[in-house]
Design a protein around this ligand. Structure first.
Ligand SMILES: Cc1ncc(COP(=O)(O)O)c(C=O)c1O
Length: 409
């Protein structure tokens, strides 16, 4: 036992995700001042690693940004989402917010506090209609917000295609890459992204409490910190980042852990890491399908299933709490649906540094728990299908779960 949890416990929630020992241990060091040279060196290491993740998340390793700054924020990604909106628009501005899940809705709700929102809403788990997006973005649009990987529904949205539309207007394009950055392809300039946001506790596999954002040089020119919350004034954050500091007291242990986590990502290399995430997500998808479960999201055209979060329908014949209790009894944690999707779906994550054996354990436990809850599933077929994917050594995934937008691959 460590604290309140058993070492054998397998955390498959879509964040926070399991930490490696070096990341955990980084937090256990004597405290230093956030204004010390020692801390500045830590910030610099974390920032350099974040630059790598934000700008080289491609399969061929090319850099996707002509210039920008990675910022570390004391606060989770919701703070980054709010900071991006509040620094780029004012009350009379129009924000086009794309909503097909809980986090797209969160972006719209944030924007509603600072500006006028024009929503492009479809059902949670459904694909956006690009014609509707094209009609919504006009010369009046001051900002476009979008979530790349919708964690609430396991969908990977077509940022590349929307970015192309957004680039025809003058509006900055702000993208939540919270559950894609560090685990899947993400392109800044190639997809016309002006600001990208991510969380520490997702595919970066660092502890929760901090987040990061990449502000391109073109977005920096448009930042007006005076209209943002004092704590989220990006002019201050950008100024201090140039000295490897945060404007206010830094979350020193968390930044230390973040530095180790992003250095581990660089050591693995984004391309192999993306291929590993795709392989593991495919194993979850195919494992669940082979046991007889139905995928949740609808993924026509450019919209595909996520390579980091797998959302699956709960069979109608079971009581969801029987299933979740049976999973818990097996020392595994996964997530149910959020908001109105509660009782309809379950979600597993393969973000971070999971071993293939963790993925097969997850598939096995879901099969056993479904059977215990009374679902008509073939757990053995599911496990065999997942192992086939994991054991095949295949790195490239075609069709479902492939990268959205060929640009930058
Ligand atoms: C897509 C997405 N955006 C934003 C967030 C930010 O949430 P929080 O600020 O609670 O970490 C999350 C967290 O789950 C997420 O999955």
């Amino acid at each position: 036992m460590t604290g309140d949890i058993d070492e054998e416990f397998l955390l498959l929630n879509p964040g926070p995700v399991p930490l490696t020992d070096p990341v955990r241990e980084a937090m256990d060091a004597p405290m230093v001042s956030h204004r010390s040279a020692a801390f500045e060196r830590t910030y610099e290491r974390a920032q350099r690693g974040l630059d790598y993740v934000f700008t080289e998340s491609t399969l061929d390793g090319h850099s996707t940004s002509a210039g920008g700054t990675s910022l570390i924020l004391n606060g989770t990604a919701t703070m980054g989402m709010e900071a991006a909106v509040a620094n780029l628009v004012g009350p009379d501005d129009e924000v086009v917010a794309l909503v097909n899940g809980k986090f797209g809705r969160r972006f719209a709700r944030i924007a509603d506090r600072y500006a006028e929102v024009k929503g492009v809403d479809v059902g949670w788990g459904e694909a956006f209609n690009l014609d509707a997006v094209t009609r919504a973005i006009t010369d009046e649009t001051a900002l476009v917000t979008m979530v790349h990987n919708e964690t609430s529904t396991g969908i990977l949205n077509p940022v590349s295609a929307v970015g192309e539309v957004a680039s025809e207007s003058d509006a900055p394009f702000v993208v939540d890459g919270v559950t894609s950055l560090g685990g899947d392809v993400f392109c800044i300039d190639d997809w016309n992204v002006d600001v990208a946001i991510t969380d520490s506790q997702k595919a970066l596999a660092a502890p929760p409490g901090t987040s990061a954002m990449y502000v391109t040089d073109r977005a920096t020119e448009r930042v007006d910190g005076s209209r943002a919350p004092f704590y989220a004034d990006l002019e201050k954050h950008l100024r201090k980042a140039a000295d490897f500091q945060t404007p206010f007291t830094s979350a020193v242990p968390l930044v230390r852990a973040l530095a180790v986590a992003v250095e581990a990502i660089e050591a693995e290399g984004m391309a192999p890491r993306i291929r590993r995430h795709r392989r593991q997500a495919k194993a979850f998808r195919q494992g669940f399908a082979a046991m007889g479960l139905e995928a949740f999201p609808e993924t026509p055209g450019l919209t595909v299933r996520s390579n980091t979060v797998t959302a699956t329908r709960l069979p109608i014949e079971i009581d969801p709490s029987d299933f979740f209790d049976a999973v818990k009894a097996r020392n595994v944690s996964l997530s149910g649906g959020q908001a109105h999707l509660g009782g309809e779906i379950f979600r597993v994550s393969n973000m971070g540094s999971l071993a293939d054996s963790d993925v097969s354990q997850g598939v096995r436990v879901v099969g056993e728990a479904m059977a215990e809850a009374g679902a008509d599933v073939n757990g053995e077929a599911g496990l065999a299908a997942a192992r086939d994917v994991l054991g095949s050594g295949e790195n490239q995934v075609d069709g479902e779960g492939a990268t959205v937008g060929a640009a930058g691959e």
